[in-house]
Write a protein that binds this ligand. Structure first.
Ligand code: 6GU
Length: 287
């Protein structure tokens, strides 16, 4: 293959330039909204909303609970772009396609990426509605060779073998916790390790136990591939998981993971997520 992205650098650049030509701002912060968290995009001021279907080269979003819109605007005066709806492996895209928008972020000038997702809690201390600041990840699809950087490396983005031990920016993690304390959210803030699976089926009980043994605190179907691509091209990353349900860990449990519960919990915490992210952005030191 002559491109690691599923799209060439030139295609991503053309998309970025097409967007910048109409965007009201040149974004420095890129935000990705998880399942049930799409309302985050609606708090941007002076918005320009563009449907994914109108953007040259853009993949299309297919999931209920995930709109397919790119929203430009400002948060507390800071120029942002927000993906309302992201792309997942389980939708059937090659993994390089799911992360294409992250490279478009980079080529538009974004320096800091804020990723949100809905996740199942594996850590028994976590409660539904907790917000976990991701401090590390376990990339299960990556173990099987499904990594978004597979293929020829384009040096214009980054190196062949990027470091991931510093993937989640420590200063930004501290910022989330500081902002959460100020907002009086500490009671439902957690930190931990996010493990990603391909989905779309939820985990079996044995798989949940395995992930917990491996050191994972939460499990989901997104984010990690975006983090890898963002770090490869040198953007700072901060990521938040909303614990929308407890992963089922024992055979006596009557509980069953389902998408409706995921969306409902999203609704429950939507306002606090919005406040947390917007306050964080307002405190970020940007160029
Ligand atoms: Cl329990 N598992 C996965 N893989 N993703 C989720 C989830 C569970 N809950 C929300 N998203």
């Amino acid at each position: 293959p002559d491109s690691a992205s599923g799209y060439s650098y030139e295609e991503c650049k053309a998309t970025a330039d097409w967007l910048l030509a109409q965007a009201p701002v040149r974004p420095l912060v890129g935000i990705v909204c998880g399942s049930g968290l799409g309302r985050l995009a609606e708090i941007l001021k002076d918005q320009l909303v563009i449907n994914y279907s109108d953007i040259p080269n853009f993949p299309q979003s297919t999931v209920h609970g995930h709109a397919g819109k790119l929203v430009f605007g400002t948060l507390k005066g800071k120029p942002c772009v927000c993906m309302q709806g992201r792309f997942h492996l389980y939708e059937g895209y090659p993994i390089q396609k799911t992360t294409m928008p992250i490279r478009v972020f980079k080529l538009m000038g974004v320096e800091t990426v804020i990723l949100t997702n809905a996740a199942g809690g594996l850590n028994q201390d976590f409660k539904v509605g907790d917000i976990m600041v991701i401090k590390d990840h376990i990339n299960i699809p990556g173990f099987a060779g499904n990594n978004p950087l597979v293929g020829a490396n384009d040096e214009r983005y980054g190196v062949r073998f990027p470091c991931m031990s510093d993937a989640y920016d420590r200063d930004l993690q501290q910022l989330v916790h500081a902002v959460a304390a100020e907002l009086d959210y500490s009671a439902f803030m957690q930190e931990g390790v996010y493990s990603v699976l391909g989905g779309p089926s939820f985990e079996t009980i044995a798989e949940c136990k395995m992930l917990r043994l491996l050191g994972a605190d939460a499990v989901g179907m997104s984010t990690v591939h975006e983090v890898i691509v963002a770090r490869h091209c040198g953007m700072r990353v901060v990521a938040l998981s909303l614990i929308t349900n407890q992963a089922v860990m024992d055979y006596d449990s009557e509980k069953k993971a389902n998408h409706e519960e995921v969306l409902q919990t999203g609704e429950l915490r939507a306002q606090q997520m919005e406040k947390l992210v917007s306050t964080m952005v307002s405190r970020m030191e940007l160029r």
